[in-house]
Ligand binder design. Structure first.
Ligand code: NAP
Ligand code: F7E
Length: 324
């Protein structure tokens, strides 16, 4: 019997990689998208004809329930969220509605339609925020530093609570930052790879950034979607940290990106712009994914240096092709 998976947030970075992964594993893949007046689905256009799209919104309980009842998935991956941290300060209520309460709406739909459906919740290392332990693992206390991080803490605990209250097979994946050439251009890694490529192609002369000292545990999104799937194949539902175990500063990313592009030192091109500095910062994240390694046999394959190179080369190729 072919398995059906429902992905919320299929138009996002992770949704596109997860859809490819599940298709490769023989799944019927249904993606939930929100209605918009113009259809921009650039990350999944190449999958049209192989996946099904269904319209719904995590803000709307009845649409969630109807979708779960109609699609009847065996697995649901809840990836939809307002995921850009700075936007959570300018739109804190929407972030909470969607990123926090949206999780409850989905879990309620599952509970009422078919409590045997396995659910993956996209939790985040932003929940650790002002870290109380290094490296961060599943047992590390949360101390979120943004409305986004606070909303994700709610999403995490409601997932744990529905597992314990209703015996749902619900897993929370605490994923550290993961990037790719499909990353949104406002996130720092893609902003850097795109900015470097623009300079390389003669389309820009500077790159404006915020805090270069922040450190993140950056991995490749293609590696991380496999971990989401592995969690739902396990014997028991549980929560897992997914990370590389290495941390680098934004400055490291910038330096390597300029080197990869053959532009030499970054200093003449980079300007610090206070507009990109946050009201409260997460200074340093580094994850310990030992539990995922031991119980799921998951390990990341792409290194930090390979990731930077992959992203810069993809943007240089894309912009170079436009310029030709
Ligand atoms: P992304 O590229 O920003 O994609 C987010 C998805 O959610 C898109 O499909 C987007 O749809 C949808 N969405 C956003 N706001 C929405 C709203 N108000 N109503 C309906 N749909 C909305 O995020 P990602 O990087 O793939 O991340 C996937 C999930 O993992 C998110 O929950 C994120 O918070 C979480 N996460 C990400 C990372 C990371 O490093 N990437 C790490 C930990 C956790 P549209 O195309 O319509 O905007
Ligand atoms: O920032 C610093 C910024 O926006 C990383 C989301 O996927 O991962 C992501 O959240 C760091 C921060 O990602 C700029 O201050 C400097 O310290 O790429 P980011 P994020 O906030 O870590 C987590 C795990 C998620 O769950 C989120 O959904 O880079 N930084 N200068 C900058 N950041 C941005 N965006 N732009 C700058 O100009």
């Amino acid at each position: 019997m072919q398995k059906t998976a429902l992905i919320t947030g299929i138009t996002g970075q992770d949704g596109s990689y997860l859809a490819e992964f599940l298709l490769d594993h023989g799944y019927r893949v249904v993606g939930m998208t929100r209605r918009t007046s113009t259809e921009v689905h650039e990350r999944i256009e190449h999958l049209f004809g192989k996946i099904e799209i269904i319209s719904g919104d995590l803000l709307d309980q009845s649409s969630m329930q109807a979708i779960v009842a109609e699609v009847r998935p065996v697995e649901i991956y809840n990836l939809a969220a307002q995921s850009f941290v700075p936007a959570s300060w300018t739109q804190p209520v929407l972030t909470g509605e969607f990123t926090a309460l949206g999780v409850t709406r989905l879990l309620e739909a599952v509970r009422h339609v078919d409590a045997s459906i396995r659910v993956y919740q996209a939790s985040s290392s932003e929940m650790f925020g002002k870290v109380t332990e290094v490296p961060q693992r599943e047992s590390t206390p949360f101390y979120p530093r943004s409305p986004y991080g606070v909303a994700k803490v709610y999403g995490h605990w409601i997932t744990v609570n529905y597992r314990e209250s209703y015996d749902l097979f619900a897993c929370s994946g605490i994923l550290f930052n993961h990037e790719s050439p499909r990353r949104g251009k406002e996130f720092v890694t893609r902003k850097i790879s795109d900015g470097v490529a623009r300079i390389k192609c003669g389309l820009a002369t500077e790159l404006r950034l915020g805090n270069l000292e922040a450190q993140r545990d950056w991995g490749f999104a293609g590696d991380y979607v496999e971990a989401m799937w592995l969690m739902l194949q396990a014997e028991r539902p549980d929560d897992y940290v997914i990370a590389t175990g290495r941390t680098h500063s934004v400055r490291d990313f910038v330096r390597i990106a300029f080197e990869v592009a053959g532009l030499g030192a970054y200093e003449p091109y980079v300007t610090i712009d206070p507009r990109f500095v946050r009201p409260a910062e997460v200074d340093m994240l580094i994850g310990d994914a030992a539990k995922a390694r031991e119980r799921l046999q998951w390990t990341p394959k792409v290194s930090f240096e390979e990731l930077v190179e992959m992203m810069v080369r993809a943007d240089v190729d894309r912009l170079g092709a436009h310029a030709r």
